[in-house]
Ligand binder design. Sequence first.
Ligand SMILES: Cc1cc2nc3c(=O)[nH]c(=O)nc-3n(C[C@H](O)[C@H](O)[C@H](O)COP(=O)(O)OP(=O)(O)OC[C@H]3O[C@@H](n4cnc5c(N)ncnc54)[C@H](O)[C@@H]3O)c2cc1C
Length: 518
Amino acid sequence: MQKSIELILKIDQINDSSLIKKIVAKKCGLAIEQISDIEYLKRSLDCRQSTPKYKLIVNVYTEGEKSLPVKNVFPDRLGSHTAIVIGAGPAGYFAALELIAAGIKPIVLERGKDVSGRRKDLKTIMQLGVVNPDSNYCFGEGGAGTFSDGKLYTRSNKRGDIRKVLQTFVAYGADPDILVDAQAHIGSDKLPQIVAAMRNSILEHGGEVHFETKVTGFLQHENSVSGVKCENGEEYFGDCTILATGHSASDIYYMFAENKFAIKAKPFAVGFRVEHSQEWLNKLQYGEKFYKQLPPATYKLVARGVGDRGVFSFCMCPGGIIIPASTAENQLVVNGMSVSKRNSKFANAGIVTSVGDEDFFEFAEYGELAGLKLRESLESSFYLGNPENFQSAPAQRTIDFLNGKISKSLIESSYIPGLECVDLNKLFPRKVAESLRIGLGQFNKRMKGFVGENSLVIGLESRTSTPVRIPRDAETMEHIELKNLYPCGEGAGYSGGIVSSALDGINVARKIAEKIQN
Ligand SMILES: Cc1cc2nc3c(=O)[nH]c(=O)nc-3n(C[C@H](O)[C@H](O)[C@H](O)COP(=O)(O)OP(=O)(O)OC[C@H]3O[C@@H](n4cnc5c(N)ncnc54)[C@H](O)[C@@H]3O)c2cc1C
């Protein structure tokens, strides 16, 4: 027999499994020996009261029954159909695994290197600020998700089976705790091994993965895509092609525009990373009595800026660091990441505000690429070109940003390439800067000390979502003009984050299987 129950536990009880078993037995009116298994379903921390508590939902099994481990099921042999998958990010790899499950051979083409080759290029970015345009924090095996914060929470409940995505990560080596934690997190020390295990599985089951293979165009028969051309001169053919190149692949948007394939400008958000001490945040969120006993605290904030512009926190990284996420020379983009222990002494988050038609106006001559042009213009304004480290970033104390003053000095930061004192207000369009100031002011009212001498803003955060949508048919998921081409994931504008991109990859692969089987 199986029964689901909810427990409210003190913070020192949550890791004591034998005590939890006793509590479960009492709550269910059972003797301990009658319980054959306890499966943890969801664990969340509730800090709304002065004493933080954990909420734990479990499945209780009796009469010898046990929870069943989940396994990926793949066919012994693939059929004769193939699908090209452009991009080895979460959308691409999850699509490839799902294609295999349906008996279709995936050929994954990735412009960057495998995870281990990628590491050397990341070191060069950190130490010298030199960016390899095909191998960086966004490009390479695992995509932008590999050296990321690895947060796995998403609001995309309606897009598919989130638990299947989490179970797949566990099957390839992630800690099973991610199936349970309300704020599941993997960390950039663990993600590379998981991504490599996914690739090995694709290869073992008959798929192909080609690194340093940048796709530059499509092979077409009238309006139907039959394959792709690559920068190295190679051509690949497939029944269908999944385009999962992420939102940093500007060259793909240019390729669409040059060929007059349908694309659509889309609002996105820009701003900066704000960095505080994690200890300050823990004390604020948990109180003096408990702050040392609980996991690094987080926050999620929303405000309204000028007019209808939203200002919100984005991709908060507790115990993390700020990293240079640029994908080309002469641009400055920052983002946040953390390792599984989240043990850095800093807490950072993107603080961003939405930009849309009003802000694209200046770039109207570029049509549907206007948002991309705004992004490029901002990313080059933030680039300082310091020869000691080309990725040194403009920074300011939060209080100085609010007052429009260049800081005389800066405090310690996690951003390794270095910081320079700049008034960030001057680098943003006027209304964007105004909205960010209004937002910060409101956040400071909600979280005392959010703005002050002891926190920094570091820019530019611009890779929040794609500035260009690659539109697809709602039913078939094919591009609205190009048959057999499936725009997928964050770069096409159909997901945001690791889990929703993985779900989109799965959904597209299923559509392809449906089409091929009919
Ligand atoms: C530093 C950082 C931290 C992040 N932290 C989190 C987090 O904690 N949680 C979360 O949910 N999300 C996080 N994200 C966002 C998340 O990584 C993305 O939402 C997700 O990776 C998007 O998946 P995707 O597969 O659609 O695209 P991507 O991951 O961007 O993958 C696209 C792939 O396509 C390849 N590619 C591009 N162009 C070509 C071409 N022409 N030919 C061949 N290959 C090409 C790229 O090299 C890349 O590998 C973070 C992102 C960054 C950069």
